[in-house]
Design a protein around this ligand. Structure first.
Ligand code: TYD
Length: 210
């Protein structure tokens, strides 16, 4: 089973993903946890280029191809082999982030993006995508607060509020186009309540234990 997490910056995915992974492992499942961009030695090098605030002149097409490069490596090196071995793969962001951020956020052609995504992933689509939903304003505020307390403030965080609003609307459209794959959960509220919602959504769809 291939589970992905999506949501605006600051939606709390990085807190919630490890909690879900711990829970699934405690249930006896083999789980592989990963994230994008990154997740492989090559992907982590690409991530550093993408996040570097000195790379402000990066062209949007360069950005897409770098995300796609990181993802192609992750799918080939980790995700496909793990799924083939019967593991549950939980990934913090995947192809939908490219459609939301580069497509809806930057206004790049969605049909072209889909071609690039299909090439990078070999058309591997998640079985379940959890959208942690939070307003663009709240998300940015959380990120700013975290950055003041030592967390990374990256090139995407530094985009305008209007950009983050377009990203959030993009998620709404992606979800509307494929409602069977997506579950929307509120990312506002307390951490354990959100985790309980996530577990319930995943539990319904879990495969039998191997
Ligand atoms: P990250 O630090 O992983 O943030 P988060 O915890 O919000 O996932 O940074 C990833 C950033 O990259 C985030 O702003 C979303 C962006 N992104 C894209 O724009 N396109 C993509 O395809 C992916 C995977 C991420």
């Amino acid at each position: 089973m291939f589970i992905t997490f999506e949501g605006p910056d600051g939606s709390g995915k990085s807190t919630q993903v490890p909690l879900l992974v711990d829970f699934l492992r405690a249930q006896g499942y083999q789980v592989f946890q990963t994230r994008e961009p990154g997740g492989t030695p090559i992907g982590d090098q690409v991530r550093a280029v993408l996040h570097d605030l000195r790379n402000a002149e990066m062209h949007p097409h360069t950005e897409i191809l770098l995300y796609a490069a990181s993802r192609a490596q992750l799918v080939a090196q980790e995700i496909r082999p793990r799924l083939a071995a019967g593991e549950i793969v939980v990934c913090d962001r995947y192809a939908d982030s490219t459609l939301a951020y580069q497509g809806y956020g930057h206004g790049l052609d969605l049909a072209t993006l889909r071609l690039i995504l299909d090439f990078a992933t070999g058309r591997l689509v998640p079985d379940l995508t959890l959208l942690l939903d939070i307003s663009a304003e709240d998300g940015l505020q959380r990120r700013q607060h975290a950055a003041q307390h030592g967390e990374e403030w990256n090139r995407m965080d530094a985009q305008s509020l209007a950009f983050h609003q377009r990203v959030r609307e993009g998620y709404d459209r992606l979800m509307a186009a494929d409602p069977a794959r997506w579950v929307r959960l509120s990312g506002a509220g307390n951490r354990s309540a959100i985790q309980a919602d996530i577990r319930a959504a995943v539990h319904e769809r879990l495969p039998p234990r191997t």
